[in-house]
Design a protein around this ligand. Structure first.
Ligand SMILES: [Zn+2]
Length: 242
């Protein structure tokens, strides 16, 4: 009798533990050579979105077609002088809460006759590894041992444009400029440039983004550890998000 009761209690306890572990960690996510969790298949990616819709990658222009994309890495117009993404890729992704916040930034700027232009958003982890093979210097590219917010779909490189002329506001330097003049704290710039940078920074912060000191164009969503590194091609993600 006692044994039966113990068995029943043990069984109930085991069932609770099992149910709890199912609810919180349904997957054993794959780790790469650096010990980082790296999602390499759409199936695994989908399994992470089932329990947490914030993990969903959103096609930015589907969410807000007014946001302009000019992905420099999909052309040779970048510091590498190489196409790092498939040529002429004109779509990109961010995680759901990040994309929603960017949509709010766009709406806010539109009230001032302005809008956003995105230089880069999601970056497949394979591209980060390629950057590292070519440059091998973490002053300029992300070390794959750490990965980047771009790999996690929570970081965006962007500027402000005038909606009428479609011209970029003067930010003092171009995107991916590695001099001190691209730093947030660099103030030896004209009043107009400083005001433009401040407008971008204040608007992005207002909707939840965090700036990066060394790059005026680079903004991230907080708590990167909540979002795993993705190694999914643009095409695969495009199909998965249709
Ligand atoms: Zn960036």
């Amino acid at each position: 009798m006692k044994n039966k009761q113990t068995l029943r209690i043990t069984t109930i306890f085991a069932a609770i533990v099992f149910a709890h572990s199912c609810a919180t960690k349904p997957n054993i996510l794959p780790k790469n050579d650096y010990g980082l969790t790296e999602i390499r298949s759409i199936k695994t990616y989908r399994s992470t979105t089932v329990l947490d819709s914030n993990q969903k990658m959103v096609n930015i222009t589907h969410l807000n077609p007014h946001i302009i994309l000019d992905l420099h890495y999909a052309s040779i117009n970048n510091f590498m002088r190489q196409e790092m993404y498939p040529a002429k890729t004109d779509f990109s992704f961010l995680r759901l809460p990040v994309a929603k916040a960017l949509d709010q930034v766009q709406e806010n700027l539109e009230q001032k006759g302005l809008g956003l232009k995105i230089f880069d958003a999601y970056r497949p982890y394979a591209v980060t590894k390629k950057f590292w093979e070519l440059v091998h210097d973490d002053r300029y590219v992300a070390n794959p041992a750490k990965g980047s917010g771009h790999n996690r779909g929570i970081t965006v490189d962007l500027t402000i444009i005038d909606l009428k002329t479609k011209q970029e506001l003067d930010m003092g330097t171009g995107f991916d400029n590695f001099t001190d003049s691209a730093h947030q704290s660099f103030t030896a710039l004209s009043e107009t440039i400083l005001a433009n940078r401040t407008l971008l920074k204040e608007t992005m912060i207002r909707f939840g983004f965090k700036p990066l000191e060394t790059e005026w164009w680079h903004y991230s969503w907080p708590n990167p550890e909540r979002f795993e590194i993705l190694n999914l091609s643009f095409e695969k993600l495009k199909k998965a998000t249709q």
